[in-house]
Design a protein around this ligand. Structure first.
Ligand code: HEC
Length: 103
């Protein structure tokens, strides 16, 4: 009994540390339903994250540009009135990093 609860506790600690590492960006993307229009690999209403990453590959200004776009909404790429994304600066940065690292 004691032993199995220890194992459960260890498994839980492991799982939650993984979530903490990959967390805020995925959470925000899920919460804001970005997946309605964007997925990692397929083009829906908006481009896939992989396509966005490819478009901005080698562009050192991309993270700041996309961060501003997400924070303020309005024009992004060819979209004239993109959704404005609520969230802390740190979380939005994490979202941008996630998108730009998609393959
Ligand atoms: C209603 C559909 C829709 C939703 C919801 C949506 N987007 Fe978009 N998004 C678009 C379209 C359309 C574009 C423009 C595509 C283009 O330039 O061809 C775009 C462009 C982008 C771009 C790249 C713009 C560029 O400069 O090329 C990023 C980054 C982005 N969206 C992130 C997000 C994130 C993060 C969310 C969720 C918070 C989100 N989008 C939710 C439709 C959507």
């Amino acid at each position: 009994m004691k032993r199995s609860s220890l194992i459960i506790a260890a498994a839980f600690a492991l799982a939650s540390s993984t979530v903490a590492f990959a967390g805020p960006a995925e959470d925000l993307i899920a919460k804001e339903k970005c997946n309605k229009c964007h997925t990692e690999k397929t083009t829906k209403k908006g481009p896939s994250y992989a396509a966005i990453a490819k478009k901005y590959a080698g562009d050192a200004a991309a993270p700041a540009k996309l961060l501003k776009g997400l924070k303020e909404g309005g024009k992004m790429g060819d979209e004239e009135d993109h959704k404005k994304v609520p969230g802390s600066e740190a979380d939005l940065k994490a979202v941008v990093a996630l998108i730009l690292s998609a393959k």
